[in-house]
Design a protein around this ligand. Sequence first.
Ligand code: MD3
Ligand code: FE
Length: 226
Amino acid sequence: MRSDDMSSTTIDLFANADVQQPAKTERIGEQSFVLRGFALPWTDRLLPALERVLRAAPFRQMVTPGGFTMSVGLSSCGTLGWTTDRCGYRYTRIDPLTGQPWPDMPAVFLELAQAAALEAGFSDFMPDSCLINHYVPGARMSLHQDKNERSYSAPIVSVSLGLPAMFLFGGHVRSDKSQRVPLFHGDIVVWGGVDRLRYHGILPLKDGVHPQLGAQRINFTFRTAD
Ligand code: MD3
Ligand code: FE
């Protein structure tokens, strides 16, 4: 907050604009940061936890309200999971595939998301949802905004694992020019404040084989949905 704003409830959209970030942090927007390799020291704990989540809630390809099957496979953990079907996009407490609550968010997932948010200048990040996206070569995510959350005041933290991908970072209007940001195994991106509603997407995944994960990319997206 700026000192003259203390009595108002207005969110200070530029709260982090003048916060110095460490050297390995790349700033890609007013309040968006790539933390290169931040997740690498955590992968020994992340991958077994991921396997446990996926045993309870396997990847599945969902259908958009327009009737298109997404090329990306999805799962979730945490209190809320993001879902789409012919009826629309929404968060649910029950996994529609299993009829059970989504698996708990592993402690290591939450700890990593909070550490990354803090590194980018966002304290007290409390995600209640982790969407797990599964890309195979050719899979893509077209330009969209993330608008299904109750509030946009919390940041979003995303963890990239496996094959590299080209992230498209657009503006507040779909037709705004996008910047391209390559994302590699272990990179984390944090988006908040003024950048929270910017259009974004992932270009079709290129063929390749990652030494640890094989021919796939897995992305965790942590959100405060409720
Ligand atoms: C940028 N996932 O799940 S990172 C998504 O890599 C999604 O799987 C991509 O877009 C992926 O919705 C991109 C996550 C992400 C999430 C929200 C954002 C990037 C964002 C909000 C604003 C700007
Ligand atoms: Fe998104």
